[in-house]
Design a protein around this ligand. Structure first.
Ligand code: NAP
Ligand code: G3H
Length: 478
């Protein structure tokens, strides 16, 4: 018998009145690892009502007082590090060492959020800068919380990407309704156990578990929600944006990050960056390198280097810290296999891979991929990397920008002027020059444009997105 986890409602760990639970399977053993509550709409109402009430008092505390709870959360998270990592590993199939790193990275993120938040001092303006204005008018511009933040997180970083929303929200004086991905909900329960142990006042963080397809729309459309911070797939993002009322939205969605490789690049270095960028955690990262646009004059050499490295990748169980692990579920593995099959049917060259055992897809490298193939455009979220050979920088830029997605891109070259020139023309939230695509360090702004999102994350940007400016004007009379 596995454990049935409860959900946190106004300071109490509760079973749902629905009497329904959701079974969470392990992606690599397929055995149930536990059950989470499938909560009801009435419980969602209760959670939002409780959060609204708790937020009022929380916002009146000093930021240092609010920070004191988050410091305790860091301590509790680190004290539970191995326990949480074990759950992440079993629930989302992430290598154990990477799962430990996810918890440590989360502790660092919360700490940095506190340091950033306590140093955000607002600004002041004097009236005399404007024609006809006077020094006797002074505006104090401060940031105030929005109220109740709905934080919806994806499966692949069930702790870190949830905390990236929860910490800035709480620090800024908001309450949070946290809806974890269902496959990731036990990790969510565990990290919130740590927050509960830290003594966070009741109602400030209510954890709502249940399928997005069942309670998602109800949450998103709820009039008690003042802002939505969502990370997940593009289709879900579009759906949420179409349902949300007039509340601010931050959306971090899918990607199809290109690595542009110029003729003059250091190819051994590039191969290493591409391998870790494309294949770590089986490519289940929004920022994974998902296509290579390489100059045809160096393509053969790069493909040879990549083949050697891909064939060295370890494949197997997350418990043994393998790089290539089974994908999150069968539907995802079928989807990746469909992209590979489509490319091969259309005469892409199979360099290595295309082997499957259940949900475990072996690392696959496809050469001579053309823009007619689905794998040139669709996000696999799996370990398959297409190589598209290009004749020029211009062609690489054109194909890079034709994508619906716009998360990140990498440019590899020794010519720094060309690097900047290409970076300026690429339509993504960030461009990495001579480095793999990645989100961290977590205080950098993290931005998806086009189908990759709207708004920005990154610690300071997250605090800003969860607050609004308030202007208080003093009129000094002599
Ligand atoms: P997903 O299927 O879109 O789910 C994301 C979250 O949305 C889950 O919590 C899900 O709950 C919830 N949800 C589903 N339907 C909803 C609805 N109608 N209303 C409200 N919430 C709803 O994504 P995923 O499979 O977990 O994650 C993989 C995707 O996320 C990839 O596309 C990846 O690129 C993207 N991602 C982007 C970033 C970024 O920062 N740009 C980071 C990580 C991942 P359930 O689990 O209960 O369905
Ligand atoms: O999956 C999306 C994450 O934001 C990627 O983060 O680049 O640190 O793996 P990462």
């Amino acid at each position: 018998m596995t454990k049935t986890y409860t959900f946190l409602l106004n300071g109490e760990w509760r079973e749902s009145g629905s009497n329904e639970t959701i079974s969470i399977p392990c992606p690599y053993t397929q055995e149930e690892i536990g059950k989470v509550q499938a909560i009801t709409r009435d419980e969602v109402d209760e959670a939002i009502k409780g959060a609204e009430a708790a937020q009022k008092a929380w916002a009146t505390l000093s930021i240092r007082d609010r920070a004191s709870y988050l410091y305790k959360w860091i301590d509790e998270l680190l004290a539970m590090k191995e326990e949480i990592a074990e759950v992440i590993m079993k629930e989302v199939g992430k290598g154990y060492n990477d799962a430990v790193k996810e918890v440590e990275r989360t502790a660092d993120l919360v700490r940095y959020a506190i340091e950033e938040g306590v140093h955000m001092n607002g600004e002041s303006m004097l009236g005399d800068s404007f024609p006809g204005g006077s020094k006797s008018k002074m505006a104090m511009i401060s940031r105030v919380p929005l109220g109740v933040i709905l934080a919806i997180s994806p499966f692949n970083y069930p702790v870190n990407l949830a905390a990236a929303k929860i910490a800035p929200a709480l620090l800024a004086g908001n309450a949070v309704i946290f809806k974890p991905a269902t496959q990731g909900a036990i990790s969510g329960v565990k990290m919130i156990e740590a927050l509960h142990k830290a003594g966070l006042p009741s109602g400030l963080l209510n954890l709502v578990t249940g399928r997005g397809s069942v309670i998602g729309d109800y949450l998103v459309e709820h009039k008690g929600i003042d802002m939505i911070s969502f990370t997940g797939g593009t289709e879900t993002g579009y759906h949420i944006a179409s349902k949300a009322k007039m509340v601010p939205l931050v959306m971090e969605l899918g990607g199809k990050d290109p690595a542009i490789v110029r003729e003059d690049a250091d190819l051994s270095f590039v191969a290493n960056q591409i391998i870790s960028g494309a294949y770590s955690y089986s490519g289940q990262r929004c920022t994974a390198i998902k296509r290579v646009l390489v100059n045809e004059n160096v393509a053969d050499e790069l493909v040879t280097l990549l083949k050697t490295e891909v064939e060295k990748l370890s494949v197997g169980s997350p418990e043994e810290n393998k790089t290539i692990v089974p994908l999150i579920d069968t539907k995802s593995a079928d989807f990746v296999q469909g992209l590979i099959d489509d490319a091969l049917t259309q005469h892409a060259t199979l360099v290595t891979g295309n082997k499957r055992e259940g949900n475990l897809i072996y690392p696959t490298l496809l050469d001579n991929v053309t823009t007619d193939m689905r794998v040139a455009w669709e996000e696999p979220f799996g370990p398959v990397l297409p190589i598209i050979r290009v004749k020029s920088d211009e062609e690489a830029i054109e194909i890079a920008n034709k994508s619906d997605f716009g998360l990140q891109a990498s440019v590899f070259t020794k010519d720094i002027n060309k690097a900047f020139s290409i970076a300026n023309k690429i339509e993504t939230g960030s461009v990495q020059i001579n480095g793999r695509t990645e989100r961290g360090p977590d205080h950098f702004p993290f931005i998806g444009i086009k189908a990759s999102g709207m708004g920005a994350q990154g610690i300071r940007r997250s605090i800003e997105s969860m607050t609004r400016e308030k202007v208080t004007i003093v009129n000094i009379t002599e």
